[in-house]
Ligand binder design. Structure first.
Ligand code: NAD
Length: 420
């Protein structure tokens, strides 16, 4: 495992810290703050799984609903050895603000199981998923809380959750999860949506800053779903992806990595290791590589006060959730690095999840071009809304996005009359 992205800073503390900054800027009074700051529900579950050896192992899982003020809770499920309840609370909180930034009618939720899926067989993963889905069943449903994929969960995992939920209801319920396989009510374009949304916000940032996309050097930390697709789209737009990493290795080629081949290599071997025409660098060097666009697309706390001073990028596009700590934010801000904050940058995933849910509920499916056009419209509008606050109020892009998202949640609380 690479050391850079291990969560040293408690992600939930980061979320609370960022909440207070935005609430101060919005001059929210104490009763509104109290209503929208903390999760509505936090569920911890035991997930006993019969392993292939016959032994039964107990895993711990979580589902957090941070807010249902603007609509059903919405958020992914993460399978990772470092999952903690505080991490899930942070991710659920960010989902609330993210859905509000792109203005879709969802609240925020998140789930996770502390496990190492890389060491588990498909059978073990299926049994873990079905047991976890059964344990969180009272909370989820198409009108209550709708999970989706996150780190190390896949469309197949979503299909098992949909099946487990449907067996319990006695009829098929497609809208209970998004990010499903297309053959099971998934949406065209959903698999690529997070990376595509990152791409649209990077294009908008380049346009705003006058940075030509053609020839722009790109560095990607975390070559998974979000990172590899953003890299692929930028490569197609004639940017040059010079470095990339996954949990096993970081690689570099100053003339540019062959991205279609790198994606095939990762699919075939499960790792970036062994890719020809690239030299190995350290994870630390990767984040310090001189470039126009740096895309942290792995886990939280990749850029901290320790390494923020070494970043040599013009733009940081937060494909991951919470990759930059508040201390690092301040350092990067002073150094005039333009940040596309996570709740804006990676909101393409939840936006197309929303489209998937709409299609499932209406039993009417759209073509891919339609999905992508609608996504582009949502992402571009959200980017403009955040940028306007950034410019008008002279605040960082992070604070601008939080002001927009948290402001909309506060508004909804007041209008619903939940506010005394
Ligand atoms: P994924 O499982 O597809 O990919 C994660 C990648 O990160 C893998 O290639 C893994 O090897 C790599 N990785 C893990 N630890 C690393 C480390 N320490 N250094 C470098 N690379 C490392 O996951 P994903 O869905 O692409 O999610 C990545 C990030 O994007 C997460 O923060 C997730 O919350 C966020 N995100 C994902 C979506 C989505 O729809 N998939 C939506 C919004 C946000």
């Amino acid at each position: 495992m690479l050391a850079t992205a291990v969560a040293e800073k408690n992600a939930y503390q980061v979320a609370l810290e960022n909440f207070d900054l935005a609430a101060d800027a919005l001059e929210l009074d104490d009763s509104v703050r109290a209503m929208i700051k903390y999760p509505e529900r936090v569920l911890t579950v035991s997930v006993p799984v019969r392993m292939d050896t016959g032994q039964i192992v107990r895993f711990e899982g979580y589902r957090v609903q941070h807010s249902t003020t603007r609509g059903p809770a919405k958020g992914g499920i993460r399978y990772h050895p470092n999952v903690t309840v505080d991490e899930v609370k942070a991710l659920a909180t960010w989902m609330t603000w993210k859905c509000a930034v792109v203005n879709i009618p969802f609240g925020g939720g998140k789930g996770g199981v502390t496990c190492n899926p890389k060491t588990m067989s498909m059978g073990e993963l299926e049994r873990l998923t079905r047991r976890y889905a059964s344990a969180i069943l009272p909370l989820i449903g198409p009108d209550k809380d709708i999970p989706a994929p996150d780190v190390y969960t896949t469309p197949q995992v979503m299909a098992w959750i949909m099946d487990t939920y449907s067996m319990n209801m006695g009829y098929p319920v497609h809208g209970v999860v998004t990010g499903k396989p297309i053959s099971l009510g998934g949406s065209l374009g959903r698999n690529e949506a997070t990376g595509r949304g990152v791409y649209y916000t990077v294009l908008a940032s380049c346009d705003h800053l006058g940075v030509p996309v053609q020839g722009a050097r790109v560095v990607v930390q975390g070559f998974g779903n979000a990172g590899s697709i953003a890299a692929h789209l930028l490569d197609s737009a004639k940017a040059v992806v010079i470095a990339a990493s996954d949990s096993t290795i970081a690689i570099y080629n100053r003339h540019g990595l062959d991205i279609p081949k790198l994606i095939m290599h990762k699919e075939r071997t499960g790792s970036l290791r062994g890719f020809p025409a690239a030299e190995e660098i350290t994870p630390k060097e990767l984040l310090a590589t001189e470039c126009e666009i740096l895309i942290p697309a792995a886990l939280e706390n990749a850029i901290t006060e320790e390494n923020a001073g070494e970043v040599r990028a013009r733009i940081i596009a937060e494909a991951a959730n919470g990759p930059v700590t508040p201390e690092a934010d301040r350092i990067l801000d002073r150094r005039s690095v333009f940040l596309i904050p996570d709740i804006l940058c990676n909101a393409g995933g939840v936006t197309v999840s929303y489209f998937e849910w709409v299609q499932d509920e209406n039993h009417l499916f759209w073509d891919e071009q339609d999905v992508n056009l609608k996504l582009e419209r949502v992402m571009t509008r959200a980017f403009r809304d955040v940028l306007r606050i950034h410019v008008d109020r002279k605040v960082s892009m992070r604070l601008a996005a939080n002001i927009l998202g948290i402001g909309r949640v506060a508004e909804a609380v007041k209008i619903r009359g939940l506010y005394p």
